[in-house]
Design a protein around this ligand. Structure first.
Ligand code: 6R9
Length: 647
């Protein structure tokens, strides 16, 4: 059967487009063009209608204030609370016993967290945060593995108007320190330890070495996850379960202004300094609940939805936490990795929880392809009715494999293009309406206006821009309005530059090609070349480093580091390993270079700028582009022979 399927994948690769299956279309929330037409005819009226699906403590009367572009304000005379919208509203409607999350631990533990249960936990922790001195507008860091407490912590912040700043659990302690410092975090919520593929690592103890440098930090709350022993500092550290037990169980949600900050999430940009992307309450919640409902054709009474992203990324914020909860969804929350305890665990869980809607990243699909179609074939995947993809362009081969082997050719695939900055999905098919083409995110959603502007490539591609503000857009880069304007609006205050190149075909479908800046996308995770370079040069033996990406079959892109050593240091295999580990320790494992190339010199312009474009040519073994700006053209030949030696 699996060879049949493999053959089927090959056959379908020739099919240019897939219409929504008839029975899917029949039951879909939207199955015609009317929503597109409505939004085109009255964009602001359309957004107001979406916003009114939320509960407002004080209804808004103004939809958009665009008097000071690109600083846009949405629904700004309204008041609401995100945690109320995610929890209380559903409990008040009699849905307190509905499961919000089927949590599944690495070793097979299970916890069904209901809306009522989550509301109780969130109220206690919200009061605990208040007891610790957290007030509206204060920043609370969250550095936790995929356990239900990460959701509790986020919503508890939202409940009292505190601003959360979640750091992905795979980042290194120094990255946590930096993000706490720049955001001025008052409290950090973390865990004793974390489990990863059967191994337990300490978390809190690792942080202790660096947290002393965060002056603003007053308290550290420790969630007991692994039971590891932890050295608690009596003046600073408290246990999550103890402060919750001591807290008042009732904490009414505090209505905040629509433009009150909900969270900051740091993301990589073109420079080494991560960008603190700021999202606010009313617009963000409008964007994520609208897109989650319509892109995933949500039927909350019957669907079981699973987004595999970690909560530490924007996909986790928008499509594990806020979107699904705002819509009263039942989700799966999985602690572990896709290959532990075995490489079929995802499909085992799809069968176990009767998952209907599955949302993951191309890199994971490619890994599953490599592991073979026999693993999913061992499980009953007939509950699935819709599949999603996010994080990077999906190659047609992986798309078709996903369609045949996982979706059984019944499930539409929604390829969703968006960014940390956009807050919510921007370009994706409405699955009951839009025919899909493997590799294209298709059309902008109703309410979203996209376009292409000329870039420097001189071919038929252009730079992807969004030409009208939208409710879930970032409001600024935390503490750096200038950088916000410079980074995203260099072509005018109404033209949001996404930083991606794209093509548009004769049907108006967008084909996103990838980043045009110095951002690398490894397994759907954004890293900046400058960030990795500065980690490399912080190693005592390194004089200079230049980092580029090369295509990788599994991870999309892989990091290649060109390194020149200080006088006296000698290249060796040990040093290569040491450098890769050094980067992993400074930033996190995801940033570990796939390859280190020793270089006597780096190619530079006469003014001394490293020419990364040429290094990419070298890394990919391509013909060299224009070398006329180089100070010394011989550098490249020497690099090539060095690359051949380290290949
Ligand atoms: C949601 C998320 C954003 C960058 C974005 C683009 C790439 C994301 C994509 C995609 C092609 C898709 N990207 N989804 N490229 N097709 N469906 O991933 O946010 O981590 O901020 O990354 O990811 O390059 O600019 P973020």
């Amino acid at each position: 059967m699996t060879t049949d399927r493999t053959r089927r994948v090959e056959d379908l690769l020739a099919v240019p487009s897939f219409a929504p299956p008839a029975d899917f279309r029949e039951k879909a929330l939207v199955n015609d063009e009317s929503l597109y037409q409505q939004a085109a005819a009255d964009r602001l009226g359309f957004w107001a209608e979406q916003a009114r699906t939320l509960h407002w403590d004080q209804p808004f009367t103004r939809v958009l204030d665009d008097s000071n572009p690109p600083f846009y304000r949405w629904f700004d005379d309204g008041r609401l609370n995100a945690s109320y919208n995610c929890l209380d509203r559903h409990v008040a409607a009699g849905l307190g016993d509905r499961v919000a999350y089927y949590w599944h631990g690495e070793e097979g533990e299970e916890r069904a967290v209901t809306y009522g249960g989550l509301l109780a936990d969130v109220q206690r922790f919200a009061n605990a945060l208040k007891d610790l001195g957290v007030r509206k507008g204060d920043v609370v860091g969250i550095y936790l593995p995929m356990v239900p407490e990460v959701v509790v912590a986020m919503l508890a912040c939202a409940r009292i108007g505190a601003v959360h700043n979640v750091v992905f659990g795979g980042y290194a302690p120094e990255a946590v320190r930096d993000r706490m410092q720049v955001s001025g975090a008052k409290v950090l919520v973390t865990s004793d330890g974390a489990r990863r593929k059967g191994r337990v690592s300490t978390v809190k103890d690792n942080l202790d070495g660096v947290l002393g440098e965060v002056e603003s930090l007053e308290k550290v709350v420790v969630v007991r996850v692994t039971g590891s022993t932890v050295a608690m500092r009596p003046d600073r550290d408290v246990w999550f379960h103890e402060v919750c037990a001591a807290a008042d169980p009732v904490c009414p949600a505090e209505p905040v202004e629509a433009e009150h900050p909900l969270f900051i999430l740091y993301s990589s940009g073109s420079t080494g300094k991560p960008k603190g992307i700021l999202h606010t309450t009313g617009g963000y919640l409008t964007g994520v609940s609208y897109t989650h409902r319509l892109v995933f054709d949500l039927h909350p009474e019957t669907d079981v939805y699973w987004c595999t992203a970690d909560v530490g990324w924007i996909t986790g914020h928008s499509y594990v936490v806020y979107g699904p909860l705002a819509n009263g969804t039942t989700s799966v929350l999985f602690e572990g990795a896709p290959d532990y305890p075995h490489k079929g665990i995802w499909w085992e869980l799809v069968e176990r929880y009767r998952v209907t809607t599955f949302y993951t990243a191309p890199t994971a699909i490619r890994a599953c392809m490599r592991w073979g179609a026999e693993l999913p074939a061992r499980h009953d995947l007939s509950s699935l009715r819709l599949l999603g993809s996010v994080g990077e362009p999906i190659n047609p081969k992986a798309w078709t494999w996903y369609h045949v082997v996982i979706g059984g050719e019944r499930c539409p695939i929604v390829d969703t293009w968006w960014q940390t900055e956009t807050g919510a999905i921007m370009i994706a098919p409405l699955p009951g309406v839009v025919s899909t083409k493997p590799g294209s995110a298709t059309r902008p959603l109703p309410g979203i206006s996209a376009d292409l502007v000329p870039g420097d490539e001189g071919d038929d591609s252009g730079l992807l821009v969004l030409t009208e503000p939208w409710p879930s857009m970032l409001r600024t880069l935390y503490g750096d309005d200038d950088r916000y304007v410079r980074t995203y609006f260099s072509r005018g205050a109404r033209t949001y530059l996404a930083g991606d190149a794209a093509r548009r075909d004769e049907d108006g479908y967008y084909w996103v090609l990838g980043r045009v800046d110095d951002v690398i996308n490894v397994s759907g995770h954004r890293l900046s070349t400058a960030e990795v370079e500065s980690a490399l040069v912080s190693h005592p033996e390194v004089a200079e480093a230049a980092v580029v990406a090369r295509p990788d079959e599994l991870t999309g892109q892989a990091i290649v580091a060109f390194v020149t050593l200080r006088g006296g240091a000698e290249p060796s295999d040990e040093l290569q390993t040491d450098l890769r580990d050094h980067v992993a320790a400074r930033i996190g494992k995801l940033a570990r270079p796939a390859q280190v190339v020793w270089a006597d010199e780096l190619p530079k312009t006469r003014s001394g700028k490293i020419v990364r474009r040429l290094l990419r040519d070298v890394a990919e073994g391509r013909e060299l582009g224009d070398v006329t700006t180089l100070g010394d053209a011989g550098v490249l030949d020497r690099l090539r022979s060095q690359l051949a030696n380290t290949g």
